[in-house]
Design a protein around this ligand. Structure first.
Ligand code: FES
Length: 135
């Protein structure tokens, strides 16, 4: 292998590595969030935790939370940065990712990076103890 061939192979390798790195972290977005349509019964475990404001539960890639104000909200649980599951922080009224510290509003909007895409927000319909989550 002469010098030109060697440098050429290095350039190809660097480009390949950059592409592989980007595929691992750049493709996460709210478009990867699941499409769901399910109903939970908050009189039954494990969803009965939602009877108490500030609690959250997850199902099928969706985190469902009850804010301290009493609203039921639902967003995709996988962080749009690198896919780590977010948690609900009731006292801050936000979703938090322990991976790299991203935060999201109750509607899923990014409030602090490194995530740059919002969490998918789902439609929540409350009918007594039954809560439909879809979107
Ligand atoms: S995976 Fe959530 S901030 Fe990086």
């Amino acid at each position: 292998m002469d010098r030109k061939e060697f440098l050429s192979s290095l350039g190809f390798s660097a480009a390949s590595l950059m592409m592989a790195s980007c595929l691992g972290s750049c493709q996460k977005s709210s478009t990867n969030a699941p499409t769901v349509d399910f109903t939970i019964d908050i009189s039954q475990s494990p969803y009965d935790v939602l009877a108490i404001a500030g609690n959250a539960v997850s199902k099928d890639g969706v985190i469902i939370a009850k804010t301290l104000a009493g609203d039921i909200i639902a967003v995709a649980q996988a962080c749009t940065h690198e896919g780590i599951n977010v948690t609900f922080q009731a006292n801050s009224n936000r979703f938090y990712c322990s991976g790299h510290g991203a935060t999201f509003s109750t509607t899923g909007a990014v409030t602090n990076g490194p995530a740059s895409s919002p969490l998918k927000q789902y439609t929540v319909t409350v009918n007594g103890n039954l809560i439909r989550i879809n979107g």
